[in-house]
Design a protein around this ligand. Structure first.
Ligand code: G3I
Length: 360
């Protein structure tokens, strides 16, 4: 039903104009903007016809990766996030190295700050990520296979239990395949063998039977050896009764490369396996400097991602890996690249935002 609102967004806007002409508008149609955490704090001009926030344009979860520090310390960042997005993913705070830097001693400060924000503002949360070959603590490297197995089980159980019933979906395992479809080398793969992934899902499910459990990866937005390997693994795990409920497509794109061919049909083939699919880390980077034509191409890519998720009924989430160029991993990772997000550093919506939001 809400999907239809994309056009109704236009209707909403029309209503706004009609009411305005009746001199009743701003306060009535802009209640969302009138909350202390939005209008004043983000300096949005309460006189302007209210655009429908992204989160209200669709049934899907509309999310952003967040850093606890920005959430706590930047009012404007927090207010635009609150206005536009219905879901948050911890960019780093829920990763093993951040949560359990020393064996058995947890630092929940970052994760709790994000959970507190979500509770306070009624946001849903995607947990990222329980087991990954990166950002895991060093003390794991010296463990025997049996010690590592119990450490993985203990970590998954402890973290998932803590937020039981509050985290809608977990990236249980992240980036477990190489681009040629073989298993990625990691201490988990090396010491625990192929079965470690199935075990991780079972332990996560035992810890919170209500959470949707995902396998998440990058460069899987089209049919290739890696996406085929994930397809085959998910099918076989489900045939074994392993609780895999969804597949996450990170979707880190660049306008220097063509848009993934068959992106929508690829999402659909996974959905046809009986799982949810989600765009979990979308961004569209460019080689700087920014130009209008690059921003226009970026808008094309974001619009095609958004529309593909809208078109696939089991695509339940559109999450960006950071919503503002002020907080994006891209410049630190790709020299000379950036401007990958929907909002600029000053939190102004970019052409990509206006393209996917017809009320903007
Ligand atoms: O926490 C330490 C801090 O104590 C230290 O002072 C600082 C200086 O080096 O580093 C901080 O750790 C950084 C961490 O982000 C937290 O800010 C790491 O150096 C840095 O490498 C890490 O980068 C993160 C990266 O994952 C790690 O691989 C990015 O912020 C994060 O956006 C990125 O996210 C990944 C997803 O999890 C999985 N998919 C790809 C995506 C992009 O790489």
């Amino acid at each position: 039903m809400l999907r239809a609102l994309r056009d109704h967004g236009r209707l909403g806007r029309l209503c706004a104009v009609l009411t305005a002409s009746a001199g009743l508008l701003t306060l009535q149609t802009a209640p969302a903007l009138a909350t202390p955490d939005t209008a004043e704090a983000s300096g949005v001009n309460a006189q302007a016809p209210a655009r429908t926030p992204l989160k209200d344009l669709t049934d899907n979860h509309v999310g952003s990766a967040v850093a606890a520090s920005a959430l706590v310390n930047e009012n404007d960042y927090r207010s635009v996030l609150t206005e536009e997005f219905s879901s948050v993913t911890a960019e780093n705070a829920m990763k093993w190295s951040e949560l359990e830097p020393n064996r058995g001693r947890y630092d929940w400060s970052g994760a709790d700050a994000i959970m507190d924000y979500a509770r306070q503002h009624g946001k849903s949360v995607r947990g990222h990520t329980l087991v990954w070959h990166k950002q895991h603590p060093g003390w794991l490297n010296n463990l025997s296979a049996s010690e590592l197995r119990s450490a993985v089980k203990n970590h998954i159980t402890t973290v998932v239990n803590r937020y039981e019933g509050e985290i809608r979906a977990w990236d249980v395992v992240n980036e477990v395949f190489n681009s040629d479809g073989t298993r990625r080398d990691s201490i988990f793969q090396r010491k625990l063998g192929d079965g470690w992934i199935a075990d991780a899902f079972r332990w996560a499910h035992q810890a919170d039977p209500s959470a949707k459990l995902y396998i998440n990866d990058y460069n899987t937005g089209w049919v290739n050896d890696k996406s085929n390997a994930i397809y085959d693994l998910v099918r076989s795990l489900r045939q074994q009764g392993v609780p895999v409920h969804g597949v996450g497509f990170q979707t880190h794109l660049s306008i220097d490369y063509s848009f993934p061919g068959g992106f929508q049909s690829n999402l659909q083939r996974f959905a046809d396996l009986g799982v949810d699919v989600a765009i979990t880390e979308a961004d569209v980077r460019m080689t700087l400097p920014v130009t209008d034509s690059k921003l226009n191409t970026q808008a094309d890519y974001y619009e095609r991602l958004w529309n593909a998720c809208e078109a696939v009924s089991r695509c339940v989430e559109f999450t960006t890996w950071g919503y503002t160029d002020r907080h994006s991993w891209v410049p630190n990772t790709f020299d000379g690249q950036g401007a990958a997000c929907l909002f600029d550093e000053s939190l102004n919506p970019k052409p990509a935002y206006n393209r996917i939001n017809p009320t903007a």
